[in-house]
Design a protein around this ligand. Structure first.
Ligand code: BT5
Length: 327
């Protein structure tokens, strides 16, 4: 019997609770064994009432990101989240996921941490996040695709996080190319995609997501925002993490079937970059112009002030104040 099954029965069971007898029957174990698992769940912070007639009832869950709960929320039969590992502290969930991938871990393995000592941003930058307040998660994907198509995964991941946030909170973040989610002009989430590839084939990709959920923006770097700050109340992280993994699982199925069109459209719909005047910092050069949108590979097209059309696959863009055409 797994703790996960007890938890999933309590999470999905009737509001009045489930009797010890019912649980032991459904799990095929003794009532004493059920009681033992309930004790373990209580120790981790789940408040579970036990009344003589109605039985066990889940009153509240701790705001911890616990693999058992994520698995209970997600159910079976998915690739993304097929294996979930939760840690108190890591250097970086991306580094741990990368090392696991090199050792051959399953497609869809997911690594979460409550804190990172060396959270990574892109291009050698850092990601900082106070302990046990936000989401820090990385997913190992093993798509059969060419390294040239890998940027699609970053864009698709941004769409997935937007969809999960919208579904659970009603907030509708915008995407700044390629990988930031913004509320207004403040940064809510960053995505770091790292890849191991041969010339024509991706070996694996690690998609790392840092999402500010409950932190006070005063405890985050300048220009950051969190869901709680925007909503005015805290948000439970486990259901949000589960929703992100669910969305990633659906998008990953689409990408594996070669369907990027719907994701690219969703990206454009949420784009904070398209139509903006931008400065793009690319390896070795800087462009000034207006962002036209993304193409089928996830590259950003910029019409430069000198009239050239430039296709940008990696780099940073800075949104400038005025919108093109005064919009
Ligand atoms: C990113 O880089 O935005 C990608 C961040 C990815 C972080 C996740 S957390 C889980 C996984 N494991 C890791 O080690 N990393 C991934 P970039 O575009 O380079 O932005 C980095 C910049 O964002 C920093 O230089 C800061 O200015 C800012 N920043 C750092 N922490 C932030 C936060 N919590 N909220 C908003 N902005 C932040």
């Amino acid at each position: 019997m797994s703790r996960r099954t007890v938890l999933s029965l309590l999470l999905s069971g009737p509001a009045q609770g489930l009797s010890g007898e019912e649980l032991s029957r459904r799990l095929g174990v003794s009532r004493a064994a059920v009681w033992k698992e309930i004790q373990v769940l209580r120790k981790v912070g789940y408040r579970i009432d036990a009344a003589p007639h109605t039985g066990y009832r889940l009153i509240s869950s701790p705001d911890r990101v616990i693999a058992d709960e994520l698995e209970a929320l997600l159910g079976d039969g998915r690739t993304v989240g097929s294996r979930i590992l939760c840690y108190e502290e890591l250097d970086s969930t991306n580094s741990t996921a990368f090392a696991l991938a090199e050792k051959g871990c399953a497609d869809g393995t997911c690594v979460l941490a409550e804190h990172q000592k060396g959270g990574k941003g892109r291009l050698g930058r850092t990601w900082s996040s106070p302990k046990a307040q936000n989401l820090l998660l990385s997913v190992v994907l093993r798509p059969r695709m060419s390294p040239m198509d890998a940027p699609r995964l970053t864009l698709a991941s941004a769409v997935c996080v937007v969809r999960a946030i919208k579904r659970l909170t009603g907030l509708d973040p915008r995407i700044k190319w390629p990988n930031d989610l913004l509320l207004g002009d403040r940064k809510l989430c960053g995505i770091l995609t790292e890849m191991s590839a041969e010339t024509d084939r991706v070996a694996f990709v690690v998609v790392g997501i840092g999402l500010n959920v409950n932190s006070d923006p005063d405890r985050l770097p300048e220009g950051a925002v969190s869901l709680a700050a925007a909503l005015g109340h805290a948000v439970r992280r486990a259901p949000l993490a589960a929703a992100i993994l669910e969305e990633l699982d659906k998008a990953y199925a689409d990408l594996r079937e070669g369907r990027f069109g719907g994701l690219a459209e969703a990206w454009e719909e949420h784009s904070a970059t398209t139509g903006r005047r931008v400065t793009a910092h690319l390896p070795g050069r800087t462009l000034h112009g207006s962002a036209q949108g993304i193409d089928a590979d996830g590259a950003l097209w910029i019409r430069t002030d000198s009239g050239l059309q430039e296709r940008v696959l990696t780099g940073d863009v800075v949104h400038l104040r005025e919108r093109k055409g005064g919009a």
